[in-house]
Design a protein around this ligand. Structure first.
Ligand code: ADP
Ligand code: MG
Length: 391
């Protein structure tokens, strides 16, 4: 058990140390894990993901001018400063603050005025492990800015502004999943999100199920380039059929065109179409606590990411196999996140979770030479303001 103070206490302290005064309020936003529905969001498809009990906490104080000052425990002694609506404040070297600048930029572009803030950031979401520490950061920040300045944005609007900041300001293509889940997550539930109209439905996760995330420690080299390539290929496949997005393509139509399409585009499109079907089926299987069906759908999703989307990695396949041998048809397991490494997600009964942990601890280092990090999680609520702890 860790003796480290929790993120709320640490954020409170970091704020006072940095700015020499107390924060007005504290805000938190969770990381997320995607249960199924991979590379479907930017194809206007479906995802089934949940917010997790790992959070980014922001201690914030409203300012009377339009200056923002930010510090993060993850980047000690690095205080960033910019103004609301400032053109050209984006600094390519300055990656972490760009997530915040992107948000303020998106608010300004929406024609809404805001005062500045001082903020101190502390997070227990592992960075760059596929659990969306970036969305947790954006949404905690957006929630703070919205509340302190009474901007009246809904949680969905905050998610949209965060996504817009990342795409338009930072130039990173991303769908809406991460931000929506961090903003709108519900305790003990996964969210089925329709990325076309941004509808979401909470699907209860059975009380007897454990949610386990296993970080493979596989370095993901060249991931951004591969993701860009997949997005282009998906768009090319949609263009081939004269459609806006692969969401609108039926499997039969695709199969009819198989012989006249580039094989790689055919496989990319097949992943997206079948993944959308699996994701909707998985929501129903989860609702009915039908573990054999959920296990099958998650196994098929993993195989499709590996074979049709070419986004798995040998060590990840080994990890998935180790877990599958323990859970059989009583647990879903698949690589989660964009791929080429990162984490594996497992949903299985509480009785099997200890066996999963010991199998991974024993076999994964033996078979791959890597150590995995295992996180026992639960599905959490989305972003909110939290009360100041007594100091
Ligand atoms: P993921 O979202 O999967 O964790 P990303 O590469 O999308 O990985 O986002 C990680 C980046 O987000 C970090 O490199 C950093 O720039 C920023 N970030 C996330 N959490 C924090 C934090 N607590 N403090 C400062 N920056 C953060
Ligand atoms: Mg991210």
């Amino acid at each position: 058990m860790s003796l480290m103070p929790n993120p709320t206490q640490r954020a409170t302290k970091l704020f006072v140390q940095t700015f020499g005064t107390k924060a007005d309020n504290l805000y938190l936003a969770p990381g997320r894990v995607n249960l199924i529905g991979e590379h479907t969001d930017y194809n206007d498809g479906f995802v089934l993901a949940c917010a997790i009990n790992f959070h980014t906490v922001i201690a914030a104080r409203r300012r009377d001018d339009n200056i923002f000052r930010a510090t993060s425990e993850a980047y000690p002694d690095d205080i960033k400063e910019w103004c609301f609506g400032e053109e050209g404040c984006m600094d390519p070297q300055d990656t972490w603050a760009n997530y915040l600048k992107g948000f303020t930029h998106a608010v300004a572009m929406a024609g809404v005025e805001s005062q500045g803030m001082d903020i101190a950031i502390v997070s227990d979401v592992p960075l760059e492990a596929g659990l969306s520490s970036s969305a947790a950061l954006e949404i905690a920040f957006g929630t703070a800015m919205n509340d302190l300045n009474q901007l009246q944005f809904s949680s969905l609007a905050i998610a949209q502004l965060a996504q817009r900041g990342e795409t338009q300001f930072m130039g990173r293509l991303c769908g809406m999943m991460d931000q929506m889940v961090s903003a709108l997550g519900e305790q003990d539930s996964a969210l089925l999100i329709d990325c076309l109209d941004l509808d979401d439905e909470a699907v209860h996760i059975g009380d007897d199920l454990s949610l386990i995330i296993i970080d493979s420690s596989v370095q993901r080299r060249g991931l951004d380039d591969e993701i860009d390539l997949r997005q282009q290929q998906c768009q090319q496949a949609a263009d081939f059929f004269g459609l806006d997005a692969l969401r609108h393509l039926r499997l039969q139509q695709l199969n009819d065109a198989k012989d006249i399409m580039e094989p790689v585009l055919y496989r990319r499109a097949r992943h997206v179409i079948t993944e959308n079907q699996r994701t909707q089926s998985a929501a129903r299987a989860l609702e009915q606590n039908n573990m054999p069906r959920l296990s099958q759908l998650m196994a098929e999703s993993h195989a499709s990411m590996k074979d049709d989307f070419d986004m798995s990695a040998p060590q990840i396949d080994t990890l998935v196999k180790i877990v599958q041998q323990v859970v059989g048809n009583q647990g879903g397991v698949r690589m989660t996140g964009r791929g080429l490494g990162g984490s594996v997600v497992v949903l299985t009964s509480h009785e099997l979770s200890d066996a999963v942990v010991s199998a991974v601890e024993q076999q994964y280092p033996q078979q791959t030479g890597l150590e995995a990090k295992i996180y026992l999680c639960s599905a959490s609520n989305g972003a909110k303001r939290i009360n100041q702890p007594a100091s």
